[in-house]
Design a protein around this ligand. Structure first.
Ligand code: AN0
Ligand code: CP
Length: 319
């Protein structure tokens, strides 16, 4: 595997999960793979989990790691070609990317949707420029439309906790005061659609996701109905995808907050969220603190998903 940007890059999911569980039991067994290899992690946006878990995974594999926060200490970057650069941005991405590629063997990129142009966001303009111009393998640490390291960790977590072969997994929209990208729900849907789980998406009218990501999932606009019999409840906020409201908050309806009352409708479901989470907007204190909450195991599995991805990229370097 050279680049990792979506579910298709990882191949069959049963093999990927098997490899993840093996790596989890033996996370230092592949230290030789990363010897004298350098990972460069580029952040255009904030992060706690991705930053720490990916660095830890790289260290497990014996890699050296460099981290660059574009907005803290690097030159402001112009991303549009053809712009007369007489503003506040002293450097162009088209030089910055190949320069970064000179100093490392693998590049991780975090670059959220900017909500200025749906087309630019959904074409993954920034991530694709890294793939095209860095000369290095590139993996997504959440890009404009997907967060595959998170979805892979979520899949591992479900596989570890499921008690039936084909669990009912419900992804529910929940309220949030600020506009968030669709990357996490798009990606979770993409990965769930690649399993044979019973997968349901629920959200208020107007929050429909890109049909390409919804795929064969069932969409149910009544949250209570959707939650009935759920084995896993995956909460997430996202902003509107559909025009003319792309990137906008069109509702903060708190009746969609995941509470104990809502969880009582389920089949004693596990609660999941990628974090960071706003308590008592997305989920009540008692639900996130309950023994059925998987938010910490999900975060822990981020080290494992990142290690599998980096391991596969390192294995491909020598070929
Ligand atoms: C980001 C998002 O919703 O995409 C990152 C989640 C992993 N969340 C926030 O910006 C709060
Ligand atoms: N879940 C996740 O990616 O968290 P961070 O934004 O803190 O990296």
């Amino acid at each position: 595997m050279r680049n990792f940007t979506n579910v298709h890059d990882i191949g069959p999911l049963d093999a990927a999960v098997r490899e993840a569980l093996e790596v989890k039991n033996n996370r230092f067994a592949y230290k030789h793979l990363g010897q004298d290899k350098t990972l460069l992690m580029i952040f255009f946006n904030s992060s706690l989990r991705t930053r720490l878990s990916t660095q830890k995974a790289a260290m497990n594999l014996g890699m050296n790691v460099m981290v660059l926060d574009i907005n803290q200490g690097a030159w402001k970057l112009e991303t549009e070609r053809g712009v007369i650069m007489d503003g506040d941005k002293p450097e162009h991405l088209l030089e910055a990317i190949p320069v970064m590629g000179c100093y490392c063997d693998v590049i991780g990129v975090r670059s959220f949707a900017q909500f200025q142009s749906k087309e630019d966001d959904y074409q993954e303009k920034i991530l694709n420029q890294f793939i095209r111009y860095s000369g290095r393998p590139v993996f997504s640490m959440e890009a404009a439309t997907r967060h595959p390291l998170q979805s892979f960790a979520d899949l591992i977590t479900i596989e570890e906790h499921k008690t039936v072969e084909r669990p009912k997994v419900v992804m529910t929209w929940a309220p949030h005061p600020k506009a968030l990208p669709q990357a996490v729900p798009n990606s979770f849907a993409e990965w769930m659609n690649a399993t044979d789980y019973d997968f349901v998406i629920t959200h208020p009218h107007g929050y429909e996701l890109d049909p390409k990501f919804v795929g064969n999932a069932r969409v149910e606009y009544d949250q209570d109905k959707a939650l009935q019999g759920a084995d896993f409840v995956y909460a997430k906020n996202w902003s509107a995808y559909a025009d003319p409201n792309y990137g906008k908050v069109i509702s903060t309806d708190r009746s969609w907050t995941v509470t104990a009352e809502k969880m009582a409708l389920t089949n004693n479901a596990f609660f999941m969220h990628c974090l960071p989470v706003r308590r008592n907007m997305i989920v009540s204190d008692d639900v996130i603190e309950s023994p059925r909450s998987l938010v910490i195991p999900e975060a822990a599995n981020r080290e494992i998903s990142a290690e599998v991805v980096l391991k596969r990229i390192l294995e491909s370097l020598d070929k």
